[in-house]
Write a protein that binds this ligand. Sequence first.
Ligand code: COI
Length: 360
Amino acid sequence: MLDIEIQPADDSQKRPKPEDENKLVFGTVFSDHMFIMNYDEGKGWHSARIVPYHPLSLDPATMVLHYGQGIFEGLKAYRCHDGRVNLFRPGKNWERFNRSARRMCMPEIDPDFQTHALEQLLRLDVDWIPKKKGTSLYIRPTMLATEAALGVRPAKQYVYYIITSPVGPYYPEGFNPVKIYVTDKYVRAVRGGVGEAKTLGNYAASLYAAEEAKKKGYTQVLWLDGVERRYVEEVGTMNIFFRIGDELITPPLTGSILPGITRDSVIHLAKHWGIPVHERPITIGEVIEKAKTGELKECFGTGTAAVISPVGELYYKGETCVINNGTVGEWSKRFYDEIVGIQYGEKNDPFGWIHQVPIN
Ligand code: COI
């Protein structure tokens, strides 16, 4: 395994910590240190180091700036009431990171080294992990193509870094239901494209529709498939679940949808609890029809940043469907409580999802 050189921040390089954990928002403040390493074709990954958080210096011809060859991950460190620090299924993030890397013609990183590098970083910035339940230290591993060249081809040089940010809820609504705008005008991804990779361009592609939705008073966009524009895919930063009658339905992973780790956890829990759960294509027509008949009892999004986010209203083609009277559903609450309980070490962890970070 690569050695990691550690250069702790001196007092002048330390950053102001947020004073009030109740006022944490998502991703605007960053901790004192970052992990960083470089890759050169023929040499592999090298120069692994933890250094004070600092801006990157990039040549204007840097390939990621032109062609978007970049990927990232998102996970969180949770502080338990007894001081332990937990990660939730980090191996899944490293697996997905390497899948994204392969799809984007980028070098992979050894998952054990990823965990090791992150643990070293968290040890140094442990005081940045907020204590209040519902807050956490959001972790953003990122890889960018750094070679300076304008030909369209995979780069020969990359940087990989991990930055961390103390966060509160992703949505200003917190755990309250969000309003979602279903668009059939724009699409996020198509089968055979890069929708299942956590790559930069997917997020850029989502902005225009998200801004339109926001102007109309909606929190996020629900995307439909790119061909027929009928099948539900995912929400801006979340996967989506519907409770129809007493069954749970979520779209299958067919290549254009991000394989969410919270999505996978909900499916696991549902099976464990004996709730029938189906990964099957579902059209927006079916969703609206079931909403009208009252069979659509709940709808919620899942994601690392958002955890479980109940959906209280769907807007589609001039119609508004209110779900569960715009209140938090029973199942949404049950999944939320279980997942959050496991993350903060308050509930049993029957599936071995928790990775405890050795802090001392
Ligand atoms: C996450 O849920 O961690 C994400 O990456 C979604 C978003 C903040 C980009």
